[in-house]
Design a protein around this ligand. Structure first.
Ligand SMILES: Cc1cc2nc3c(=O)[nH]c(=O)nc-3n(C[C@H](O)[C@H](O)[C@H](O)COP(=O)(O)OP(=O)(O)OC[C@H]3O[C@@H](n4cnc5c(N)ncnc54)[C@H](O)[C@@H]3O)c2cc1C
Length: 534
């Protein structure tokens, strides 16, 4: 069975696919956006349960000179509030409200590690320097979202003076493109202190990216009504521009020489151009290369090897709580986005050497050993806690609160335990330990106040989003990245070895996240429109 031809078909209705669809259909292309789930938005998604609001993926957002310019360019109104970040270790908590909060951050670290004052001063000096670089990097609205033919003032007053600073900054950034763990080792001797600074980042996060986060925290915002409002607004825009949206449709084969994609019901969809804005390993596995010209086929196969050799970043385990306790009780302690570490000891080797040992000897280790490890893992970890009602009180029933507690989690552990047949038990053990640690430390009022709770594991993310290894931001940070990882080359990130197929989203560029997913969606659309207009 076959359906009519589209100028562009986009596979993956996350934020990248929605962005690409909006731009292409605004330019009057005939566009079909295909999404395997019932709802669009991918990892930018919210849901309500029993009247309590939750964000299933990303919580506060960071503009990065991309989100607001995109919204403005597409004429999308999105009501947002500032989302202040709090950070806490044991009983010490600070709120990150301005650049001056760095002084409090320094004091917090010195209180915990008085013997390391000099090293802390050095780290703070570096963070300040990086913040200046970040100000340059995100200092202007990304020109990709500007109509440069019409906005002459922007070119002469902003873009041209910014370019030399940008080039200088890119050089500096690239020099700090080494894993933050290794970078910190050259400055800080105490491993616990290093953990307090960086253990909530993905493995091998580039030093520049990790230490620049302080700058990003200052600009976090939250859409009123929840993060999903961003996807909803973009989806409505695509509809207004005439995009055909097809939900609950999973693409299972791509035949590039015939320009068609095939779904799970064997329905065929013809395209002139295709944007793949979902998991890239899946894409490379399902492309049928038989009819491709030998040169293209060979390039495609080489790229495929690189893609399949690499992994997604760490995944996340999230616990969702409906709580019979008013927002005020939580507001007294911290803001709606809170990084909290109950013990200053730090994870050390718990999530690295010790976990690797358990994984490589999985057949031999006893369940009890894994649970003992889980005790340490939950006591020493850093939690990312979100309370949506603190950003928008209308998101919860009066006098009650919803809370999301997350920690980075290793996909392979969940997968092996699932194969061994005790995943439900493990998830329940993990949930109980998180609840115990959090209610014994920062939120004692949780005891007896939880109405109900449920969780999402790396395997749930893999199932729902189709994301390799349950990754939440694309590729693991490795020396040999299978995609573009330098900002000055971002324009090439959307190209694939097949000229009619483009890639977009968190797998197309590294490091990724919501802003880069939006940017690559726009870049892919731009390339197609340029070709089309010719
Ligand atoms: C807990 C959490 C916290 C995060 N925190 C941050 C943060 O602080 N800052 C930040 O910038 N980012 C953060 N992120 C990451 C960010 O949400 C993602 O990087 C971004 O949303 C990815 O968008 P995307 O469109 O590239 O991909 P996705 O959102 O993964 O969308 C891909 C879509 O493709 C669909 N799909 C997959 N396979 C197929 C197929 N075969 N056929 C049809 N459809 C298919 C999926 O269902 C999905 O809807 C976080 C994510 C999570 C989960």
């Amino acid at each position: 069975m076959s359906q009519n031809t589209y100028n562009t078909i986009i596979v993956g209705g996350g934020i990248a696919g929605l962005t690409a669809a909006a731009y292409l259909s605004r330019a009057r292309q005939k566009v079909l956006l295909i999404e395997k789930n019932k709802e669009f938005g991918g990892l930018v998604n919210s849901f309500t349960r029993d009247g309590f609001h939750f964000d299933a993926g990303v919580r506060p957002l960071e503009d990065a000179g991309i989100i607001f310019p995109m919204l403005k360019d597409l004429n999308i109104q999105l009501e947002v509030v500032k989302s202040t970040v709090s950070m806490g270790v044991e009983n010490e908590i600070i709120n990150i409200e301005s650049i001056d909060s760095l002084v409090q951050y320094r004091e917090l670290l010195i209180k915990l590690f008085p013997e390391s004052e000099n090293e802390i001063n050095k780290v703070l000096k570096i963070i300040r320097k990086i913040m200046k670089h970040m100000d340059v990097l995100y200092g202007i609205e990304n020109p990709v979202f500007k109509d440069l033919k019409r906005e002459r003032a922007f070119i002469f007053k902003k873009l041209l003076p910014w370019l030399p600073k940008f080039i200088f900054t890119v050089g500096k950034i690239n020099r700090m493109n080494i894993p933050v763990e290794d970078y910190l080792k050259t400055i800080v001797k105490n491993p616990s202190l290093r953990d307090m600074i960086a253990q909530h980042f993905f493995k091998n996060t580039p030093a520049f990216f990790a230490l620049g986060y302080f700058c990003l925290y200052l600009n976090y915002f939250y859409p009123k009504g929840g993060v999903g409002k961003l996807s909803e607004a973009l989806k409505n825009k695509t509809l207004e521009f005439g995009t055909d949206l097809l939900a609950e449709t999973k693409i299972i084969e791509v035949i590039p020489d015939k320009n068609l994609v095939i779904d799970q019901k064997n329905i065929r969809y013809h395209y002139d151009n295709l944007i793949w804005s979902a998991d890239l390993k899946t894409f490379y596995k399902i492309v049928n290369t038989e009819g491709l010209a030998p040169k293209i086929k060979s390039k495609f196969e080489q790229t495929k090897i690189k893609m399949l050799q690499n992994r997604g970043t760490d995944s996340v385990f999230s616990l969702f709580l409906e709580v019979n306790e008013p927002l005020q009780s939580f507001r007294k302690i911290a803001h709606g986005h809170f990084f909290y570490t109950p013990s200053k000891n730090g994870l050390g080797e718990t999530h690295r050497g010790e976990l690797n040992y358990l994984l490589s000897n999985f057949e031999k280790v006893e369940k009890e050993q894994i649970l003992t490890w889980l005790d340490k893992f939950t006591k020493l970890n850093t939690y990312e806690i979100s309370i949506p009602g603190l950003n928008d009180p209308e998101l919860v029933p009066h006098g009650k609160s919803s809370i999301i507690i997350s920690l980075l989690a290793e996909y392979d552990l969940f997968k092996k335990i699932q194969k061994a047949g005790w995943l439900d038990e493990f998830v329940s053990e993990l949930e109980n330990r998180i609840l115990r640690v959090i209610s014994d430390s920062i939120y004692p009022m949780l005891k007896n106040k939880i109405i109900t709770y449920f969780s999402l594991s790396p395997l749930s993310i893999e199932n729902r989003i189709g994301s390799s290894e349950g990754s939440i931001v694309g590729w693991e940070f490795q020396k040999s990245m299978p995609v573009v990882n330098k900002i000055q080359f971002s324009d090439y990130s959307v190209l694939t070895p097949i000229s009619s197929i483009y890639q977009a989203g968190q797998w197309a560029y590294s490091p990724a996240g919501v802003p880069m997913s939006i940017l690559t969606g726009k870049l892919a659309a731009g390339k197609i429109l340029k070709k089309w207009k010719k």
